[in-house]
Design a protein around this ligand. Structure first.
Ligand SMILES: *Cc1c(COP(=O)(O)O)cnc(C)c1O
Length: 352
C-alpha cells in the first residue's frame, strides 16, 4: 500500500484507436513512455496497439525496455553529451539540437561500428529545445558531414514549456522548413515529427497537414487526453490508471485548526475556512508519493491537502479503518506515482 492499478488492455485500445485515427492522414506514432518510466509491459501494450516507435526522455528507461527485448525502434527524446556512448548503444534514434553532442554521438557510433540515426529539432516558439530556424541550413550541413550518423528526420515540440499551441500556422512553418531543407540538401527524410498530445486539435481540424507524417504521444495514449486544453478525447479510456490507498483515520473534527499559529511542515502558513465540524479521513499517501492536486477522489471526497505521508480528505460519511479508497490522477500524478518506490504497480484486468 498504496498501489497504482494499471489496465493494460485500455492502454492498448487507446494506442490502437489513436494509431488508426492518425494513420487516416498518413501520420505514424511514437508511443512516449516517460511517464511510466519505460515500463516494458506498458510499452508493449502501445506496440500491440500499433505505435511505430517507442520514445522516452530518459536513457535508463530505454535501456530497461531494450533489456526486456521490446521489438521496436527506440527513440531518445532528450540527449546529453555525457551519455553519448550509451545513447548509441541503447537508442536507435535520438533527438538533437547541439553540434557538440552530434559530434560525440558520431565518434561513439564509429567506435561501436554502427550507424546512429538522428532527428534534428527545430525551435518554433515554445522555447524548450530546438535549433533556431535561421541557423538550420548550416546546422544540417554540419550534421550531414558527420560519419556514422544518419539524419532521418526533422521535428518540433510545442505546448511543453511556453504553452504555445500547435496550429495551422506553426505546423505549416515546420512543413515549409522540412521541404526547404530536403530540396537544398537533396534529402528524403523519413520522419517529419510535428509534436505531441497537444497536436490533437490541429490534426482534427487542419485543412492540410502539409508534409507532417509523425507525432509523439504520451498522455493521450495513457490518459486519453488532448493536452492543449486538458480535454478528454472521446472514445478513449481515461481511467487506465487508478491509485488505491488505505484509510488510517476517520473522525469528526473541527475544520479550523486551533492554538498558536506557526509554519506547517513545508514552511508556509496555510489559510483555513471554518466549515464547522466535518467528517475527516486520513489516507496513507503523501507528498512523497504524489501532489494532492494531481488526485481526484472516486468517492467524491474533498481533498483538503497533504503532508509528506498523510492525505487529508473530507466528506459526508465515516470510513472503516483499513478500507481502500480510489483516486484518478493527472499526468503529473501518474509520473509521480510511477516514480515513488512506495507505490506498488499492479496490472489488473477488467471485464469491459
Ligand atoms: C514528453 C514528450 C512528448 C510526449 O508528450 P505528451 O504530451 O505526453 O504526448 C513528445 N515529445 C517530446 C520531445 C517529449 O519530451
Amino acid at each position: 500500500m498504496p498501489r497504482l492499478e494499471i489496465i493494460l488492455a485500455q492502454i492498448e485500445q487507446n494506442a490502437r484507436i489513436l494509431s488508426e485515427l492518425y494513420a487516416t492522414r498518413g501520420v505514424s506514432l511514437m508511443g512516449v513512455s516517460k511517464a511510466v518510466l519505460g515500463d516494458p509491459a506498458i510499452a508493449q501494450a502501445m506496440i500491440q496497439g500499433g505505435v511505430n516507435f517507442i520514445a522516452d526522455s530518459r536513457l535508463e528507461n530505454l535501456a530497461r525496455m531494450r533489456k526486456a527485448g521490446l521489438k521496436t525502434q527506440l527513440v531518445l527524446l532528450r540527449t546529453a553529451l555525457s551519455q553519448a556512448e550509451a545513447v548509441v548503444r541503447v537508442a536507435d534514434i535520438s533527438l538533437n539540437t547541439e553540434f557538440a553532442t552530434l559530434k560525440c554521438l558520431s565518434y561513439h557510433a564509429e567506435q561501436q561500428r554502427r550507424q546512429h540515426q538522428v532527428i534534428v529539432m527545430v525551435e518554433l516558439g515554445d522555447l524548450r529545445e530546438g535549433v533556431m530556424p535561421c541557423d538550420l541550413p548550416q546546422f544540417i550541413q554540419q550534421t550531414l558531414s558527420l560519419p556514422n550518423l544518419k539524419l532521418v528526420g526533422i521535428g518540433c515540440n510545442l505546448a511543453c514549456y511556453g504553452a504555445i499551441k500547435p496550429n495551422e500556422r506553426n505546423m505549416a512553418k515546420l512543413s515549409q522548413i522540412v521541404s526547404d531543407l530536403e530540396r537544398k540538401f537533396g534529402l528524403d527524410l523519413r520522419i517529419h515529427s510535428g509534436g505531441n498530445s497537444a497536436n490533437y486539435q490541429w490534426f482534427k481540424t487542419a485543412q492540410s497537414l502539409g508534409n507532417i507524417n509523425n507525432i509523439r504521444l504520451g498522455e493521450s495514449i495513457l490518459l486519453g487526453c488532448d493536452t492543449a486544453n486538458s480535454n478528454a478525447i472521446p472514445g478513449l479510456h481515461h481511467q487506465a490508471f487508478q491509485l488505491v490507498a488505505e484509510v488510517i483515520e476517520s473522525k469528526a473534527k473541527p475544520s479550523l485548526p486551533w492554538g498558536e499559529v506557526c509554519q506547517d511542515a513545508f514552511g508556509s502558513v496555510p489559510q483555513f475556512r471554518d466549515r464547522g465540524s466535518e467528517q475527516r479521513t486520513i489516507v496513507a499517501l503523501g507528498k512523497q508519493d504524489i501532489a494532492s492536486g494531481s488526485l481526484q477522489s472516486k468517492q467524491q471526497l474533498d481533498i483538503l491537502g497533504a503532508s509528506s505521508d498523510h492525505l487529508i480528505l473530507s466528506g459526508q460519511q465515516p470510513f472503516p479503518i483499513g478500507q481502500e479508497l480510489q483516486f484518478s490522477l493527472d499526468y503529473g500524478g501518474l509520473l509521480a506515482a510511477m516514480t515513488s518506490p512506495f507505490v506498488e504497480k499492479r496490472f489488473v484486468h477488467t471485464l469491459e
